[in-house]
Design a binder for this molecule. Structure first.
Ligand code: HEC
Ligand SMILES: [Cu+2]
Length: 327
């Protein structure tokens, strides 16, 4: 009833199909170089899945090609095929083989997931903030924020991915990780960088008109370089915080109305005529209902047609004192 298996033609077809399958897999550079332990494991699993599928693909495709070529019905053949009953042996084989294959893949996949998400006690915590259309990175232990993600090689990094507006997706192809940034949710990812270098951070979730340019960079540096970078970044943030605090202190210190008058004549008289007594481009200031804080805020930040930043520091404190003195 069954024809003998045509071993030789089938083998020839299989060799050709296998060669084409292997060539497209090997010639094209499908994956970026893995630069974390997670990427090494994930890419390994991916290739294992591919080669396993390739084996089945070659078997099925070769039989299909042979059947189409050899057993094709002629144009005038309108008969039904001969009725055949199932083949128990064959059915057992095509049930057991895929089942075993699936179990192998499931176990391998589980092992990769388990190892990729094994949390190290000495891990470095970094907050990743996605926002239309850029990325910011916070180092909670150091209290700083940066625009480029810098992480040390050889130490686990925990990325706490969050969104400040809409849904984004944090993706570093070389790291082999990708995670949605969803408002209200913290998505945790772990990486163990193994290769120093600079890699792209890509937003992988359509998030608005600027989505295509929502890129950033991550630098993997040696542990020593990381410590040096962190110290420098922390010092810079401290210095600018101190400068801002010092400026705020100057602005809010009690001002000298007499010195403020000079500032007013130089910076304000163009719009507030007659030392603020009558209206020019701006209204008369004498008798203003604004509080001291409101006056300071108005001069600092501007309002309507009045530009901000005309007086800063001690000048600001003095001109506020002057406006107060003519209230
Ligand atoms: C370019 C013109 C211009 C200059 C220069 C300018 N102002 Fe004004 N100022 C305005 C205008 C216009 C308003 C009204 C703004 C509004 O409420 O929309 C205003 C409003 C104010 C008010 C609020 C008055 C009120 O009662 O609401 C104060 C106080 C004031 N100016 C102080 C100053 C001081 C002090 C300076 C100098 C450091 C200054 N302005 C320089 C145009 C100017
Ligand atoms: Cu996006």
């Amino acid at each position: 009833m069954y024809k003998k298996i045509p071993i030789i033609p089938l083998a020839v077809i299989a060799v050709v199909v296998a060669a084409i399958t292997a060539a497209q897999a090997l010639i094209i550079d499908w994956l970026p170089p893995a630069s974390t332990e997670q990427a090494e494991r994930t890419f390994g699993l991916l290739w294992f899945l591919f080669w396993m599928s390739a084996v089945f693909f070659v078997i099925v495709t070769s039989i299909l090609i042979y059947a189409i070529w050899k057993w094709r019905a002629t144009d005038d053949d309108l008969e039904d095929g001969p009725p055949t009953h199932g083949n128990t042996k064959l059915e057992i084989v095509w049930t057991v083989v895929p089942s075993v294959a699936l179990v192998i893949v499931a176990v391998y996949g589980y092992i990769v997931l388990e190892r990729n998400e094994a949390v190290a006690a000495d891990r470095l915590n970094v907050d990743v903030y996605a926002q239309q259309f850029n990325w910011t990175y916070g180092y909670p232990e150091a209290g700083i924020e940066t625009g480029t993600l810098v992480v040390p090689e050889g130490r686990q990094v925990q990325l706490n991915v969050r969104a400040r507006d809409v849904i984004h997706d944090f993706w570093v192809p070389e790291f082999g990780i990708k995670g949605d940034a969803v408002p209200g949710i913290t998505h945790t990812l772990w990486i163990n960088p193994t290769k120093t270098g600079t890699y792209p951070v890509v937003c992988a979730e359509l998030c608005g008109v600027g989505h295509g340019v929502m890129r950033s960079e991550v630098k993997v540096v040696s542990a020593k370089e990381y410590t040096a970078w962190l110290a420098k970044a922390t010092a810079r943030v401290k210095a600018s915080t101190a400068a801002t605090a010092a400026a705020a202190k100057l602005e809010t210190a009690p001002g000298d109305a007499e010195a403020g008058k000079t500032v007013f004549e130089a910076k304000c008289s163009g719009c507030h005529a007659d030392l603020g007594k009558t209206a020019g481009v701006g209204p008369a200031i004498v008798g203003t209902a604004l509080t001291t804080d409101q006056i300071r805020d108005q001069i600092k930040n501007g309002k309507g047609a009045m530009p901000g930043g005309l007086a800063t520091g001690t000048d600001l404190a003095n001109v506020v004192a002057f406006v107060e003195s003519i209230k």
